[in-house]
Write a protein that binds this ligand. Structure first.
Ligand code: BGC
Length: 744
């Protein structure tokens, strides 16, 4: 009996399948230098396909996959492809990979930034800045699951998302891709999104590998222009920019993309400190590190820290890069080979990088089945995705102003719908929408609605007039005389202004002010004496201070994806009670760019000696602001104790009552402030939020639990610490104080 079970045991041990790590290690042993370097090379589709339609050129494909043993391909040529076109592309690529000696599959990566950007008829959702306004973590996860399914249905298993850059510089053209200015929101939504991408297990046809980006500090450029220098003291870097990546590593992100910029004069792609010491050793990141677009080459051509292209490769790979998004040629392959042969890059570094890439490919099931999967294809374009898109757009809508309770408008109102965004689709979706820039409307789904269409559908054509035309920049959209004339006989003007789609550097601006043509239009609308409701479709806050006071209503719609127009019209006419709240401080002017988590001296405005006011934080609309058609009132804030010890937890209870006459959702936000600390404490920091739904008249008690770690900050020694002291905890207009006592 004993003998038998021994035999049985040894059989079981023998049959143990190899882990992905072991398989990768075994394969690595068989690989030549060329094969290894090929795995570290990523090229763009344009290198192997015709620009117009992404149709692969067999000769170019062979040159990439067979001759250069390229391990990864990314991107589209000019625009999104159909699911079927993707399947053709992916099948041909993997067929080519099968012809290589070791038959290592290619990993294909795309930017599904707010839905699957690059597949025609995919479902697009709000950009991250709008998702942050929803403060709905479950919704962010639901949206992500759809994105993952539509990517995988297209045959793609690697998504270059989420963006975890903290949006503390509203000029930055990638502000819409961020979760706004707060660290906690970025950490919470970022981690939830990464889990949603990956938690089903990467072999599962509902999952994709995520890519946290762009490590680190990318959003903090001094000028606000994309890819321009960042000057970031390490204490600030660790306080505001690193925690999102730390949380993402913990959440299980498989890959990471590096910031194209330079911090304090060191391009991040050349920073061994950030890539190896901080990311690998301190955060414990085990996954693949990929460069951003052409960024190794640019160490030589733009940053001038490498005197030759070879030096650039040596710097980056030794700093810790695993894969180079070269992406337009094979220079990296040739140069890295030289670097290894000359002993400038150790073989151990190559093996380390390649092993990580192979593990990822094993985890994704690419070695078992590299082709588009039938089970995944069935998940494309399901009707329920439209429902999720509408919910996400609804919850993003942020009602900034509602003078005299003018909104919602009556269903029998007669309205003038005007402005360049009224008949635009691209201005409702923004960057990464079927094209990189998102501004080519011919690629959008044909059932996408403009705001004008959505309002007309609701009210009937007889109740709606317009002066707007297709084409955001068309001169006709800025005709003030026409607008004034059309306003006679209407009850209200719905003026749709903001930004047309842009992405990355083409979106750079030197001025956040709303362009003059739009302001003129607003003034013309105001001059009619009719109530004007301003609808802003924009990726970042454009300054509206001069016109805001005369607007009866202001609705910030962001770029909220496929269902933006329906969501706008539902809010304006009361079919949806808005609940979005700002994830950033809406600036008043270029000189008033103070953030909500400001330091005490930013609050202070000293005129002369004792003449001091505490109104330094005066955005046009503060962080967390957003109106509802009902009223939510808070009861007293109750703490489970007046003290929170290092190993203890503090429960905070608050009762919320919907005292208005409509049902609605509401986000309860909890902030803390430390009275005194060794580093100047923030005036407030968001530590938790919960979104609830209350019927009219209903109450609910909301509990939050804090522990010492929630109160921590980075001290002068760059350590994250919680210092003893008195803390305020604040929810709405309620406040209580507790003590975090010194350790005995
Ligand atoms: C962007 C990245 C993106 C990459 C690939 C770059 O220009 O900075 O966010 O993932 O292109 O499309």
């Amino acid at each position: 009996m004993i003998l038998l079970s021994g035999v049985f045991l040894s059989v079981v041990c023998f049959a143990q399948p190899l882990s992905d790590q072991q398989k990768a290690a075994n394969l690595l042993k068989q690989m030549t230098l060329d094969e290894k370097i090929g795995q570290m090379t990523q090229v763009t589709l344009g290198v192997v396909a015709a620009p117009e339609d992404g149709v692969l050129s067999p000769a170019a494909l062979a040159k990439a996959v067979i001759d250069h043993k390229v391990g990864s391909i990314l991107n589209v040529t000019n625009h999104a492809l159909t699911v079927e076109q993707w399947h053709t592309v992916l099948t041909q690529i993997q067929d080519e990979a099968k012809k290589t000696r070791l038959k290592i599959p290619v990993i294909y990566g795309l930017d599904g930034i707010h839905g699957q950007t690059y597949t025609l008829n995919s479902t697009l959702f709000p950009q991250n800045i709008g998702m942050a306004a929803t403060r709905n973590t479950e919704l962010a996860a639901a949206v992500t699951k759809v994105t993952a399914k539509e990517l995988r249905a297209s045959g793609i298993r690697w998504n270059f998302a989420p963006v975890l850059d903290c949006g503390r510089q509203p000029l930055w053209s990638r502000f819409p891709e961020t979760y706004g200015e707060d660290v906690y929101i970025g950490k919470t939504l970022g981690a939830a999104v990464i889990k949603a991408y990956e938690e089903d297990g990467l072999r599962n046809p509902t999952a994709v590998a995520s890519c946290m980006k762009h490590y680190l500090g990318y959003s903090a450029s001094r000028t606000g222009k994309d890819r321009t220098p960042i000057y970031l003291p390490e204490i600030e870097m660790r306080e505001y920019y690193l925690p999102q990546f730390q949380a993402a590593v913990k959440a299980g992100a498989s890959t990471l993309m590096v910031n194209s910029g330079e911090i304090n004069g060191t391009p991040v792609h050349a920073s061994k400190y950030l890539l190896t010491d901080v990311l690998r050793k301190e955060l414990g990141f085990q996954g693949v590190i990929v460069t951003d677009w052409e960024d190794i080459i640019r160490l030589h051509t733009r940053h001038n820290v490498a005197a030759t292209p070879l030096d650039a490769v040596v710097l980056a790979i030794n700093a810790g890069i695993d894969m180079s998004m070269v992406p337009m040629d094979f220079s990296f392959f040739d140069l890295l080979k030289q670097a290894v042969q000359k002993g400038k890059v150790p073989m151990s570094r190559i093996d380390d990088a390649v092993k990580r890439i192979l593990i990822l490919k094993y985890k994704l099931g690419l070695f078992d089945q590299p082709y588009p999967e039938e089970a995944a294809t069935a998940n494309f374009g399901k009707p329920e995705y439209q429902t999720i898109a509408l919910q996400a757009a609804h919850e993003a809508m942020t009602l900034l102003q509602n003078q005299d309770g003018l909104l919602p408008l009556a269903r029998n109102a007669r309205v003038l719908v005007a402005g360049p965004a009224a008949q635009s689709i691209s201005a409702l979706n923004g960057c990464w929408s079927y094209t990189w820039q998102g501004n080519q409307e011919q690629w959008y789904p044909t059932d996408s609605k403009t705001i004008l269409q959505a309002i007309t559908d609701k009210l009937g054509a007889g109740s709606v007039v317009t002066t707007s035309v297709r084409g955001f920049d068309s001169q006709d959209n800025y005709d003030t005389a026409k607008l004034k004339a059309a306003a006679s006989g209407v009850d209200a003007i719905i003026l749709c202004l903001g930004e047309n789609a842009y992405a990355e550097s083409p979106g750079n601006t030197g001025d956040l002010a709303l362009p003059g043509g739009q302001t003129d239009l607003a003034k013309a609308a105001i001059s009619t004496g009719k109530p004007v409701i301003l609808v802003l479709t924009e990726g970042r806050p454009r300054l509206i201070t001069g016109i805001a006071p005369q607007m009866k209503g202001i609705l910030l719609a962001y770029w909220s994806g496929k269902k933006t127009a329906e969501a706008v019209s539902d809010v304006l006419f009361g079919d949806y009670n808005p609940d979005g709240i700002l994830a950033f401080s809406y600036p008043r002017s270029m000189g008033e760019m103070v953030l909500y988590d400001r330091k005490p001296t930013e609050d202070t405005r000293e005129i002369f000696n004792a003449d001091v006011t505490m109104d330094g934080y005066k955005p046009l609309f503060p962080f967390g602001w957003g109106l509802s058609y009902t009223r939510f009132e808070y009861g007293d804030l109750q703490l489970s104790s007046g003290k929170l010890g290092p190993a203890q937890r503090l429960t905070i209870h608050i009762t919320v009552k919907n005292t208005g006459s409509r049902d609605g959702k509401h986000t309860v936000e909890l902030y803390t402030r430390e009275h005194y600390a060794s580093i100047t404490p923030n005036m407030r920091r968001l530590r938790a939020f919960k979104k609830i739904f209350l019927k009219a008249g209903e109450s609910q008690t909301v509990d939050f639990v804090l522990d010492g770690r929630d109160l921590a900050f980075v001290n002068a020694q760059l350590k994250t610490v919680t210092e003893p002291g008195d803390f305020d905890v604040m929810i709405g207009d309620k406040k209580a104080t507790f003590r975090y006592p010194p350790t005995p």
